[in-house]
Design a protein around this ligand. Structure first.
Ligand SMILES: *Cc1c(COP(=O)(O)O)cnc(C)c1O
Length: 378
């Protein structure tokens, strides 16, 4: 399936990059592209503010900054995600608390989150995993009940839709998007943090620009880093944004085709298609056997993997290492909670197939044919 390499970069992106280079202005403080990208994305999502930045991880860092945890405060998140979800928690000296997932799709289980809320909890970070909408309406209610911020990590879920209606990313206080190479659309690296809240937007913008209040001259008013998106990134991202509806429609069309072909396959739990953005095509084998099946699919040329991660993040080796220098602060004596559902998914039951907008009906048939050979353990 090599011909399905799946990127949509072409003449439009070349023209965008050339436009920026010929303008002589590559920096978004003085350029127009990043601000235009922010307006276009804010409009697409129907939110007041979009803050462009250098990566999805940077966008998540801005979201954590806006949630303003004190050092040692806790942020509840999922153990099945990219480390870009978790690194910003540590960067703000907060403590990640891993809640278990719903074994049907690997998204955060709101009941598991509720049990972990304590006096130091400051925020909940949900991830719309693989493009499937997480249960953010329930998490919103939980966050409101306890006065917590809700952050939505939409890096894998561009334009995913919620069962209640509306886009994934419009329920949290801040939502984050990624433009990394393998996301739905890309400029190599890049990110956006979306919010309706003026004060959160102000704090995120300041942090992404070294705490520099540009309206006040060369005046630094808060701690910040340089997370600015360049004009080259933004111009390419704008060209990509125009292609996003087509990318999503193509992914949905072939994913639905595969779902239909797999209907009734014994021992396989199919993903729910409602609102799914199909960053990947995930399957759950409730009786186990995902590593063996992934191996057989790969032999047939299908880009399949078991588990998504080597281990869920609550079991990652990083928790044994110091955080800063030789210091383990704020994680002295820290042992992440066990998350039995996530651990079983990663070790045994979760199978993912890389998905992209260039798959053809023939690709889908190949995947369906090979999957149909699966026999659950007796
Ligand atoms: C890709 C990704 C990130 C990090 O985004 P980068 O742009 O690579 O920094 C964070 N969370 C999830 C769920 C992702 O898939």
């Amino acid at each position: 399936m090599a011909e399905a390499a799946g990127r949509t970069l072409g003449d439009e992106e070349v023209a965008a990059a050339e436009r920026v280079i010929r303008s002589g202005m590559l920096n978004s403080v003085w350029g127009t592209e990043a601000r235009a990208l922010e307006r276009e994305i804010a409009e697409r999502y129907g939110v007041r503010h979009a803050v462009a930045c250098s990566s999805g991880t940077a966008a998540l860092h801005l979201a954590v900054v806006a949630a303003a945890p004190d050092p040692g405060d806790e942020i509840i998140t999922t153990p099945i995600t990219d480390f870009g979800t978790v690194a910003p928690i540590l960067a703000q000296n907060a403590v990640p608390v891993f809640a278990d997932v719903d074994p049907s799709d690997g998204n955060l289980d709101p009941d598991a989150v509720a049990k972990l809320i304590g006096p130091r909890t400051r925020a909940i970070m949900a991830v719309h995993l693989f493009g499937a909408p997480a249960r953010v309406a329930e998490l919103r209610a939980l966050a409101d009940r306890h006065g917590l911020a809700l952050i939505e990590d939409c890096a894998q879920a561009w334009l995913a839709e919620l069962p209640e209606g509306g886009l994934a990313g419009t329920v949290g206080d801040v939502a984050c998007l990624s433009l990394q190479q393998w996301k739905h659309i890309t400029c190599g690296d890049g990110g956006l943090a979306l919010t309706d809240d003026d004060e959160r937007a102000r704090r995120m913008r300041l942090f992404s620009d070294k705490g520099w209040d540009r309206a006040a001259g060369r005046s630094y008013v808060a701690f910040g880093l340089n997370y600015r998106m360049t004009e080259l990134q933004a111009a390419v991202a704008r060209a990509q944004l125009a292609k996003l509806p087509g990318v999503l429609a193509a992914r949905r069309r072939t994913a639905l085709r595969l779902l239909q072909a797999l209907e009734g396959l014994p021992g396989v739990r199919l993903p729910r298609p409602q609102g799914h953005a199909w960053w990947l095509f995930p399957l759950v084998l409730p009786g186990g056997g995902a590593p063996e099946l992934a191996g057989r699919l790969r032999e047939a040329g299908i880009p399949a993997r078991a588990g998504y991660l080597e281990q869920p993040l609550n079991r990652a080796p990083v928790w044994d290492a110091p955080v800063y220098g030789t210091s383990h602060y704020p994680l002295e004596g820290y042992t992440p909670h066990s998350c039995p559902e996530a651990e079983r998914m990663v070790a045994e039951t979760l199978l993912i197939i890389d998905w992209n907008e260039n798959y053809t009906p023939e690709h889908v048939e190949l995947v369906a044919r090979e999957l149909a050979k699966f026999r659950p353990r007796p």
